[in-house]
Design a protein around this ligand. Structure first.
Ligand code: IPD
Length: 309
């Protein structure tokens, strides 16, 4: 398949804007009649915090039909049309055709509560690597976008990260950092397991990530926006220094990974590579592929004065 990234990118941006208008209209209808239960239907998936609303479904239908009409040979992976039971590892394989990986409404719980951190997240993966990412948060409103080699942008005109050149990570990071993390939806082993382990991990990471001279250093703050895609977008702007989530899926992160990498940040699905703050080695294609359920993102960071590398 010949992939014309510029054309695909323009299509994805317009699609995210069109879907954003549908989200705005739905939110407005909901605001005007918040208590009418027919206004928004929602259902539980795995548990009471894993929800799907009628808006998730109608947005996914809109996105899928628009894409398959324009690009009938491409594959589609969406949060609501993914069939449970498929292998959880590497949903998009190196041999897969170009695959649109989409979360029609990231921040579903936020939407239910009319907390505006909700977005449409659209990405194109080629051989499992995200090459286009568009995140539209129309209630903010903010649109984040990137394509491989084309940089990352806020509202199409402001380059990311916002501070250019980006400042170095604070001396003794995570001291002085904003650390963002998400709680996921796995509640199987409440009250003793998963969530408690997670909070412990967050506290450890916020106080001694990577063990890089962080002894005694506390993060400036810990944030959870309720949308993994928006966490990544704000790591790309430079507002968040470090982001971590365990338990998310390709559609939660695909667009944000592309945007953060194009903004000069680092995303891995493991621990940060040794020496990342001084500039990690060029990652291999294998390392760029999405897969696994844990991701760590670090914002673009410039050199400290007097340091090279
Ligand atoms: C969820 C959000 C949440 C994260 C979950 C995601 P959804 O996506 O991004 O912040 O913790 O792992 O599944 O259900 O709102 O699209």
């Amino acid at each position: 398949d010949d992939v014309d990234l510029a054309e695909l990118y323009d299509f994805a941006v317009q699609l995210a804007k069109d879907a954003g208008q549908l989200l705005i209209d739905a939110a407005e209808a909901r605001r005007q009649n918040f208590n009418n239960p027919t206004n928004l239907q929602s259902a539980e998936k795995l548990n009471s915090v894993d929800l799907v609303t009628s808006l998730d479904l109608s947005l996914e239908y809109f996105l899928q039909t628009s894409i398959s009409t324009r690009y009938p040979h491409h594959a589609f992976l969406g949060e609501e049309s993914y069939s449970a039971g498929e292998s959880r590892q590497y949903l998009v394989k190196p041999e897969s055709p170009p695959t649109w990986c989409i979360d029609p409404l990231d921040g579903t719980i936020n939407y239910l509560h009319l907390f505006p951190m909700v977005c449409i997240s659209i990405s194109l993966l080629v051989r499992g690597v995200p090459v286009i990412g568009v995140i539209n948060a129309p209630l903010l409103p903010s649109l984040f976008s990137a394509r491989l080699g084309g940089g990352a942008w806020l509202n199409e005109t402001t380059p990311l990260p916002l501070l250019q050149p980006p400042p170095p990570l604070p001396q003794g990071a995570p001291k002085g950092c904003i650390f963002s993390c998400e709680w996921g939806k796995d509640r199987r082993d409440i009250p003793s397991g998963n969530l408690y382990r997670k909070s412990e991990t967050f506290l450890n990471m916020a106080t001694e990530l990577g063990g890089r001279g962080g002894k005694g250093g506390m993060a400036h703050g810990i944030r959870s926006l309720g949308s993994a895609a928006l966490d990544l977008a704000y790591t790309a702007t430079g507002a968040f220094d470090i982001w971590w989530e365990g338990g998310c899926w390709e559609w939660d992160v695909a667009a944000g990974v592309c945007i953060l990498r194009e903004a000069g940040g680092l995303v891995t699905n493991g621990a940060p590579p040794e020496g990342y703050a001084e500039g990690p080695d060029e990652p291999t294609v294998e390392e760029l592929r999405l897969g696994g359920r844990r991701y760590l993102g670090i914002r673009a960071a410039g050199d400290r004065e007097g340091e090279t590398g």
